[in-house]
Design a protein around this ligand. Structure first.
Ligand code: ADP
Length: 194
């Protein structure tokens, strides 16, 4: 693989600050930010068939089926080959997605270098998402029971992805409480340790 290529997964529960930190990491390391949540919102905004399908799951706080999500992610990666690395945000969210990502990267002779998991308490998550909901216009950010469902899905289906990459020695837990720059410095320290 190219010496300077860095491929990261930014991981953690909904509302843990992945999007916020991804923007800062992209700026610093010149990576391509791929957020499956943002890709779905773009498709929904344009009322595409993919967007309409995704919407029926997202508005309930459920995961969009792997077949749809993996296809969309693969398109995005394939259409952006000349980058100095990728930062995956909100993907993979299932073991199946993690295996698909590893194969997709392997075909390109690439690997995930590190999974950075932001650790934030449940109460704080709910607070942050409801706060974001006031301005985000996201239906899934405005309803406490939908938010709770997203947290449950994270615990049941997504958190095993941490263990999956931990087996390869790639997962690190980073304290996600505190101010934005402080958290960014913790993430930087982990990127420098690659
Ligand atoms: P958050 O910032 O709360 O983690 P995202 O913007 O990443 O939320 O995702 C919003 C919604 O989009 C998720 O609740 C889920 O329904 C859907 N989604 C995003 N990424 C994936 C994925 N990798 N697999 C399945 N569904 C996804």
């Amino acid at each position: 693989r190219a010496i300077h290529m860095i491929n990261l997964i930014l991981f953690g529960p909904p509302g843990s600050g992945k999007g916020t930190q991804a923007i800062k990491l992209v700026e610093k390391y010149n990576l391509l930010h791929i957020s499956t949540g943002d890709l779905f919102r773009y498709e929904m905004g344009n009322n595409t068939p993919l967007g309409l399908e995704a919407k029926s799951y997202i508005e309930k706080g459920q995961l969009v089926p792997d077949s749809v999500t993996i296809g969309m992610l693969k398109n995005k990666v394939d259409s952006n080959p000349d980058v100095s690395g990728y930062i995956f945000d909100g993907f993979p969210r299932t073991i199946n997605q993690a295996e698909a990502l590893d194969s997709l990267l392997a075909e390109k002779k690439l690997v995930i270098d590190k999974l950075l998991s932001l650790k934030v308490e449940d109460d704080e998550i709910v607070k942050r998402i409801l706060h974001r909901g006031k301005t985000s216009g996201r239906a899934d950010d405005n309803d406490a029971s939908i938010i709770q469902n997203r947290i449950n899905v994270y615990k049941q289906e997504t958190s095993p992805v941490f263990d999956y990459y931990a087996k390869a020695g790639k997962s690190v837990l980073v304290e996600g409480m505190g101010d934005i720059d402080e958290i960014f410095e913790r993430l930087n320290a982990e990127v420098h340790a690659i």
